[in-house]
Design a binder for this molecule. Structure first.
Ligand code: PNS
Length: 160
């Protein structure tokens, strides 16, 4: 059985993340969506909220495990017997950072591969930061986040 990890802050999950998770779930037997708990900057949404948003958005996918994690991804992958980390690549600007992380993870855990999926062209520009910025300025985020969590995200971010 091939287990992979889709790691991220998911603060909050976007349609771009959902696209990558969905495609990973079709490619691999078991997908661990690993939500980083010790973010460098304080997240807008708590770990519990970020996990719940992902759970609500991925109800139709039956080979997912959604968990919080802290510490080194390479170590976490070893504990979970994961063969690869799956990440979405948006623009070229993502590449340098993702390449650095992939090489670091490989150094720390030589058995761990990183698989990059090209993001859907519709989501080239999309990020959690964009969602937070647009929502806090009362813009329309309906094309950015899963419908089932849209109202809750908007209500929370509009309040801040
Ligand atoms: O959604 P993000 O913020 O781009 O996700 C970044 C994430 C969680 C993949 C990255 O920060 C990470 O793997 N953090 C765990 C700490 C770690 O292993 N660092 C060394 C790799 S450079």
């Amino acid at each position: 059985m091939k287990t992979v990890i889709c790691p991220g802050s998911f603060d909050p999950i976007t349609l771009g993340h959902l696209d990558i998770i969905t495609r990973a779930s079709k490619m691999f037997d078991h997908v661990i969506v690993a939500v980083l708990s010790n973010l460098e900057k304080t997240p807008c949404f708590s770990l519990e909220e970020r996990i719940r948003f992902i759970e609500e958005s991925t109800k139709e996918l039956h080979n997912l495990e959604i968990v919080g994690f802290k510490g080194l991804l390479a170590e976490y992958a070893r504990e979970k017997n994961a063969v690869a980390v799956v990440k979405g690549l948006r623009a070229l600007s993502d590449f340098e950072y993702e390449f650095m992380m992939a090489l670091t993870n490989k150094k720390l855990n030589p058995d761990l591969e990183t698989v990059f999926l090209t993001c859907n062209s519709e989501y080239m520009y999309l990020s959690s930061s964009i969602v937070k910025q647009v929502a806090s300025l009362k813009g329309d985020i309906s094309n950015f986040v899963p419908t089932c969590i849209h109202d809750e995200i908007l209500a929370r971010l509009n309040k801040q």
